[in-house]
Design a protein around this ligand. Structure first.
Ligand SMILES: [Zn+2]
Length: 161
C-alpha cells in the first residue's frame, strides 16, 4: 500500500526545501504554462503533478500557505471541493474510468509537501492497478507531458471557464 502513495512523495522537495514550491507557483501567474498550471482563481490553483502516479494526476492547491484544513477559511475550503467536483468531470472527459481523490495532511500522514495543503485528484483506468502498468504509465507520461497538460487545460477551460 505504501507504493501507492510513494511516487509523489519523492522528488518535489528533494533538492531545496528552503522555499515552498506551491507558493512559488501561486505567486507566478506569468509562469503558469511553464509550471503546468491548469486553472487558477482567487482562492486556489490546479496544477499537474510533476511526479504523477497516473497520467493526468492533478493537484488542487489553495494560495494560502497552511498545513492543515481547519486553518483554511471555510469559503476557500468549500471552493476547493467545488473545484474538485469539476475536476472529476474534467478527468472523466479526459478518459478516466475511475478517480482517486485525497489529502495527506502533515508528514506523519505521508504528505510530500507537508507545509502547504494540497488535494490530489488522479484519473484511474480499469486494469492500471498493477505495478508494471503503473511504471509504464509514468514513462508514457514523461514523454507526453505537454500533450497531456494541453489536453487537460483545454477540457478544464470548458468546465471552469
Ligand atoms: Zn506554500
Amino acid at each position: 500500500m505504501d507504493f501507492l502513495y510513494g511516487p509523489w512523495r519523492e522528488g518535489y522537495f528533494t533538492d531545496d526545501c528552503s522555499e515552498c514550491v506551491f507558493c512559488d507557483i501561486s505567486n507566478s501567474p506569468s509562469n503558469d504554462d511553464k509550471n503546468r498550471v491548469v486553472f487558477r482563481n482567487k482562492d486556489l490553483f490546479i496544477v499537474m503533478n510533476k511526479y504523477p502516479y497516473t497520467p493526468g494526476h492533478i493537484l488542487i492547491i489553495p494560495h494560502m500557505h497552511l498545513d492543515s484544513p481547519e486553518k483554511l477559511p471555510k469559503d476557500i475550503w468549500l471552493n476547493m471541493f467545488d473545484i474538485a467536483q469539476d475536476s472529476v468531470k474534467i478527468l472523466y472527459e479526459y478518459g478516466a474510468n475511475g478517480i482517486n481523490m485525497g489529502m495527506n495532511i502533515k508528514s506523519a500522514a505521508g504528505a510530500g509537501i507537508p507545509q502547504h495543503l494540497h488535494l490530489h485528484v488522479l484519473p484511474r483506468w480499469t486494469g492500471d492497478t498493477n505495478f508494471i502498468t503503473s511504471i509504464g504509465n509514468t514513462r508514457v507520461y514523461g514523454v507526453d507531458f505537454d500533450s497531456i497538460y494541453n489536453k487537460i487545460k483545454l477540457i478544464a477551460k470548458k468546465h471552469l471557464g
